[in-house]
Structures are given as structure tokens and as C-alpha cells.
Write a protein of this length. Structure first.
Lengths: 86, 243
């Protein structure tokens, strides 16, 4: 099961983490050009690591729920629940 | 509640740009060659990425067509090193499964350099992701191919591709019944682009500076990623769009 969580990154940014059955799936997300997709829609994110976990950093001026919904949309549109992720 | 019609725009010729109508338009104008995506790798067993150090990279190839990965015998008909877009993102790696690995210095795909591109199971996973990505974008690829075959200009194609990408995004919210997400996306579009569908083609042109780049951004095909996954020849036609 894929889970999306958003945590504090620094004073200006938050970070969204995506896991499937407890494992990070940034490899699949980025291989499917998640950052390019978000950028196209005016929601820039960048892959970063914090405390040993990789996730996507975004400005905390962006609505967290928009990030959550867009991430969920991407996961569903690319059927990430159905394919092998890494 | 929003409906499918509400996220539709208008394609050249006045047709409403739902994915179905866009496809019908292509079919009326002549269907593009079959590009159904399938691959045995989709049936490959899943193994974990183990974080091994990438094996010895070599500097880029010299531009010969039909490059052969020495360790695997895999051959591309089209040389990824002839394409400036992929050449800056990848390195020739004779031991890699498909002869190329991400360049650690690449802004776009350098983060994948930590993976072992000589490991068939790891590369199979990456390939599976790329194939799924291309399959999900197939309807847009077909629209663009159909317009190209019918002799439309790059600007006309770029405008349609931009519109289709925006429609696909909003349509995916509707298809999954996620109307709160749909409303969030529209609200974001209005705030950022002053347009409920997203970035307009004219805004994209102002941002990127040419219709070629607008088309390439809308298509969003990463040639370097495909080259590392053995898919460069399969999707070569995409890389020439917007060049």
C-alpha cells in the first residue's frame, strides 16, 4: 500500500515522502519524471534526502493538501500500486 | 460537481479536447502507426535495489551509429550520444545492461548513478517504470504523431500537446472521483496561470522561448533515462519532436 506523508524540512520548505509497503519509491517516481510533471503544473519540487530518507522538497508557501492530492494523482495515474516500485 | 466536459478545451478545428475526442480526431485524420507498449521486462521478478557502487564509467562515445555495449552485446540502431539531450545525461558504460549509465553530474538523472546499471534485475525495474510511463502517455503520443503525419506546424502541435496534458491531469482527478483534488488543482491553476486548465500554450511559449521546447516540455520524454533502460530506439520518434 502506498502512503504519502508530509514533514517539515526547514524554515522555508516542507518535504513529501512516498512509500509502498514501507519502502521508499522515489526511484520509480523520478524514473516517471515526477519532478517534471509537478514543474509543468507550476508546483516545483526537488528530490532531497533528510535523516536518511529521500523525498521531494517544496516551498511551504504551497498548499500541503495540493501537494498531497497531486502526489496521489500521480501515483494513481501511473498505477504505482500495481507495478513493482523501487 | 465537475464533469468530463468541464475540463475539455478546444483542439485545432474546434473539436473538444477530451482524450476520446482527441483520439477520434487522430483517427479521422489517419491513425498513426501502432505504438502499443509491451515488454517482457514487465513480467520480470522483483528484486531490491542494493545500492552497489556503479562500475567503471567511461567517457561518452564518439557518435558512431549502432553503438554496442561491449559486455552485453546490446545494440542501438540510433546512437544516444548523437542526441545532445541524452548525451549530457548519460555515460557510455560497456558493462551496463544496455551500454549506458546515468552521468553522476547530470542534473536530470544523476541521482540514479548510485544504482548498479550492470545488474539486470535493477535495470529491469527501471525499465518497467519507463515502459509504464510511456504507456500512460500513449494517447498523447498518438495525437502528436497523427498531427505530424497530417502536416500541422510545430506551433499547432505544441498547442494541442499543451492542452492535452492539462486536460489529462484534470481528467485523472475526475476518473478517480477525487473532486476535492480536482478543485485544488483548478484553484492552483487559477492562482498560478489565471486559467483553470493550467499553463496556456502562450504562457509556455513565453517561458520556454520556442514552440519546439513547448512541445518537448509537454511531451516530457527523457531520452537519457530511456537510453539507460534499453528503450532509446523504441521511443526515438519522441526525441525528434520539439527539436
Amino acid at each position: 500500500m502506498i502512503q504519502i506523508s508530509i514533514k517539515h524540512y526547514d524554515d522555508n520548505n516542507d518535504m513529501v515522502f512516498i512509500t509502498k509497503d514501507g519502502n521508499e519509491i522515489w526511484g520509480t517516481m523520478t524514473m516517471m519524471q515526477f519532478e517534471d510533471d509537478m514543474d509543468y503544473f507550476g508546483i516545483p519540487v526537488r528530490l532531497e534526502e533528510k535523516d536518511g530518507q529521500k523525498g521531494y522538497v517544496f516551498s511551504n508557501s504551497i498548499d500541503k493538501e495540493l501537494i498531497r492530492e497531486e502526489t496521489k494523482r500521480f501515483v494513481e495515474a501511473h498505477k504505482l500500486e500495481s507495478i513493482t516500485c523501487f | 460537481m465537475a464533469t468530463s466536459a468541464e475540463v475539455s478545451g478546444t483542439l485545432p478545428g474546434g473539436t473538444q479536447a477530451t482524450p476520446r475526442n482527441a483520439l477520434l480526431q487522430v483517427l479521422r485524420n489517419g491513425a498513426p502507426p501502432d505504438s502499443t507498449v509491451s515488454d517482457p521486462a514487465l513480467d520480470s521478478p522483483a528484486l531490491s535495489v542494493d545500492g552497489k557502487s556503479p562500475p567503471g564509467y567511461t567517457e561518452g562515445a564518439t557518435g558512431d551509429a549502432g553503438e554496442i555495449a561491449d559486455g552485453t552485446g546490446f545494440t542501438y540502431k540510433q546512437n544516444p550520444m548523437d542526441n545532445p539531450k541524452s548525451a549530457k545525461d548519460i555515460l557510455k558504460n560497456p558493462n551496463a545492461v544496455y551500454g549506458y549509465s546515468p552521468n553522476p553530474l547530470s542534473e536530470r538523472i544523476g541521482r540514479f548513478a548510485e544504482f548498479d546499471w550492470t545488474d539486470k534485475d535493477i535495470v529491469a525495474r527501471a525499465r518497467e517504470a519507463r515502459l509504464q510511463y510511456h504507456k500512460d502517455n500513449e494517447s498523447m503520443y498518438n495525437i502528436v504523431k497523427g498531427m505530424q503525419q497530417n502536416g500541422l506546424t510545430v506551433e499547432e502541435i505544441a498547442r494541442a500537446a499543451n492542452q492535452q496534458r492539462n486536460v489529462n491531469r484534470l481528467q485523472s482527478y475526475i476518473d478517480t472521483g477525487n473532486m476535492s483534488g480536482y478543485e485544488k488543482a483548478v484553484e492552483s491553476n487559477m492562482r498560478i496561470f489565471h486559467n483553470k486548465f493550467g499553463m496556456t500554450a502562450d504562457q509556455a511559449f513565453a517561458k520556454y522561448g520556442s514552440w519546439d521546447i513547448v512541445l518537448a516540455k509537454a511531451m516530457s520524454a527523457n531520452a537519457g533515462m530511456d537510453a539507460c533502460c534499453g528503450l532509446y530506439d523504441d521511443f526515438y520518434y519522441l526525441y525528434s519532436m520539439g527539436r
